[in-house]
Design a protein around this ligand. Structure first.
Ligand SMILES: [Mn+2]
Length: 339
């Protein structure tokens, strides 16, 4: 515990003389990433009176995440409205620079990185690097910081962090360590469980079920791979959600869902098949022109489509999806509809 205390002190020492901090989760900001960002924002405010804002490139996708931001007062500024020069302290949470899943400019150097994923990013010159692969969430790491720094846990922050741990550890079925459970139990005393259940049961608009219907109608299997083209999407968060849902279909172990939102092709891959690395599949498919993030079992990516003409857009989409098909080994196979 003594060593960790030193870590949060080191972190605060770097932030001490700064005027404005920019805290950036990845573009696929999930509850863990947003909660960890909120924790750092609170730490800076309470210990240093340092103002900061939270920003990332993607929109808040899932309805649960939107409700989380609303009811726990997590303010997000879209990255397109950010001028990097307005800030003298850059903090990346739940991600690393130059990995393609965040909007942090590659020509700048971040000051602080806090993450629980394997080291993949460009970490050179970063003053404070905390990469803890031994825990299941970034929320766990920052909860320990708050405890060590003696910051009083308020209800909203505790609820956000508790939900962050719970979701990133997939209800404690995915890489959950003792430290995650310790942090969870600590937060449990302060968290507002009514708000958590509000978030988990977030209301869904009619369009959600319309796209679900479309996704099921389009879904087809190629051996043990299920593919669904969601077409034009109003709710980009649906792609990942439906991919998770399809993974429960008996007899399939790999899912590809994709759709177009705001002239951008969004792709989600899930895989439980040994030898298929979801993150690598998407990275290969979108190449340098797109962004991708994720792990072996789940990943998401996006690429802006060439849209001079409808034909060009369709061809571009086909080419990118073709590369996913190729990597999944289902090129030229026959599609069998599921309904
Ligand atoms: Mn995480």
């Amino acid at each position: 515990m003594k060593m960790k205390k030193k870590r949060v002190e080191e972190l605060l020492a770097i932030a001490r003389e700064k005027k404005r901090a920019l805290i950036m989760p990845h573009n696929y900001a999930d509850p863990d990433a947003m909660a960890a960002a909120l924790a750092i924002k609170t730490l800076f405010k309470k210990k240093l009176k340092l103002p900061s804002i939270i920003s990332f490139g993607g929109g808040v996708g899932r309805n649960e995440n939107r409700v989380m931001c609303e009811c726990l007062n997590i303010e997000i500024t879209p990255f397109k409205d950010i001028d990097m020069e307005d800030y003298d302290l850059y903090v990346l949470v739940d991600c690393q620079p130059s990995t393609g899943n965040n909007s942090f400019p590659e020509d700048l150097t971040a000051h602080i990185i806090i993450d629980h994923h394997p080291p993949e990013g460009v970490l050179e010159g970063v003053s404070f690097v905390e990469l803890r692969e031994d825990v299941g969430s970034s929320s766990t790491i920052v909860t320990e910081y708050l405890i060590d720094a003696g910051v009083r846990m308020d209800k909203n922050l505790a609820s956000a962090l508790l939900y962050g741990i719970k979701t990133d550890c997939l209800n404690f079925t995915r890489k959950t360590r003792e430290d995650d459970l310790k942090a969870y139990l600590y937060l449990f005393r302060f968290a507002d469980l009514e708000k958590i259940s509000l978030i988990e049961g977030a209301g869904l608009p009619k369009e959600y079920f319309k796209s679900l219907n479309g996704a099921v109608e389009d879904a087809g299997t190629y051996d043990d791979v299920l593919v669904s083209d969601l077409g034009d999407l109003s709710n980009p968060g649906a792609i990942g959600e439906f991919a998770d849902m399809f993974l429960r279909l008996e007899g399939v172990n790999t899912i590809l869902c994709f759709g177009v939102h705001d002239e951008t092709l969004l792709i989600s891959v899930r895989s439980l098949k040994p030898g298929v690395h979801a993150g690598k599949v998407i990275r290969y498919a979108v190449g340098k022109r797109g962004t991708a993030g994720g792990h072996e079992t789940m990943a998401g990516g996006q690429i802006r489509l060439l849209t001079e003409t409808k034909k060009e857009e369709d061809e571009h989409k086909k080419a990118v999806i073709g590369r996913v098909f190729n990597r999944l080994g289902i090129e030229g196979k026959r599609k069998r509809k599921i309904v």
